[in-house]
Design a protein around this ligand. Structure first.
Ligand code: 13P
Length: 260
């Protein structure tokens, strides 16, 4: 499948920001900044904290806004004695379409291993949603020039047991850890090299269908000023945006830069 057949996905990861009231406000502002033609060339997802999901969903549905609802995390079990966790079914019932899995903050701060990531990815699919599985290397790994080995290892471990159709329909987000929240982004060429290697691995492991269809995002200090350049790369099918997604005007500009 050629690049032309992969619709870019621009996602806003709000992390642990915004109460439900603030989230409603941001969504309303964002809706004024988007164009009616946007859904024809780009998919958009917003990922509020769990406490704001229901409020944002209500606004998206009531005003028929061209954005998909996303979550930032999920547990892998359907239900049970897991105090403080949220199940895939609970998210699906809220019309959540995309779930970020294995974000580096969860891997680094909350002990998520590749095995946990794989269980979550499978559980997201089982509940009828699409995982955005994050991979990325530390500065140390980057400086040792072993980035590809690290991210391909994370890719293969996180997708173990999926069928080819699932792999083709998922989203992989390449987020170098040294670029997250630092203002230091990977150059478009460097990001393309890693995203190209990820696609090549899917092609080699699962064939042309999944390799051509899987969408690969870049994330890490994406701003309106660098988004177009990143998304112009042949293997970068969108961006996963942290800080800049909290500013509706800037996020809308990033969305619009997917047009080219
Ligand atoms: P920043 O855009 O703030 O660097 O965050 C990136 C990120 O972690 C998105 O998931």
């Amino acid at each position: 499948m050629a690049r032309a057949n992969r619709k870019p996905l621009v996602s806003g990861n709000w992390k642990m920001h915004l109460t439900h009231l603030e989230a409603i406000n941001i969504i309303q502002k964002l809706s004024y900044s988007l164009d009616a033609s946007d859904p024809s060339y780009v998919d958009i997802s917003v990922h509020p904290a769990f406490t704001a999901l229901r409020s944002v969903q209500t606004v998206l549905d009531a005003d028929d806004l061209p954005m998909a609802l996303g979550a930032q995390n999920v547990h892998w079990a359907e239900k049970g004695a897991y105090t403080g966790e949220v199940s895939p079914g609970m998210l699906a019932k809220l019309n959540v379409s995309y779930v970020i899995v294995g974000h580096s903050e969860r891997r680094q701060l909350f002990g998520e291993t590749d095995e946990i990531v794989a269980k979550k990815v499978a559980a997201v699919f089982a509940a009828g949603m699409t995982p955005i599985m994050c991979v990325g290397e530390t500065l140390e790994v980057n400086e040792a020039a072993t980035t590809e080995e690290r991210v391909l290892g994370q890719l293969r471990a996180g997708t173990a047991g999926l069928d080819p159709e699932q792999i083709g329909s998922m989203v992989v987000a390449y987020e170098p850890i040294w670029a997250i929240g630092t203002g230091r982004h990977a150059t478009a060429d460097d990001a393309q090299a890693v995203c190209g290697a990820l696609r090549a691995a899917v092609l080699a492991d699962h064939g042309e269908g999944p390799g051509g269809a899987v969408r690969i995002q870049y994330g890490g200090s994406v701003k309106a000023a660098n988004a177009a350049d990143l998304m112009a790369q042949p293997d970068i099918d969108g961006v996963l945006v942290g800080g800049a997604s909290l500013d509706p005007g800037e996020f809308a500009q990033i969305v619009h830069s997917a047009r080219s």
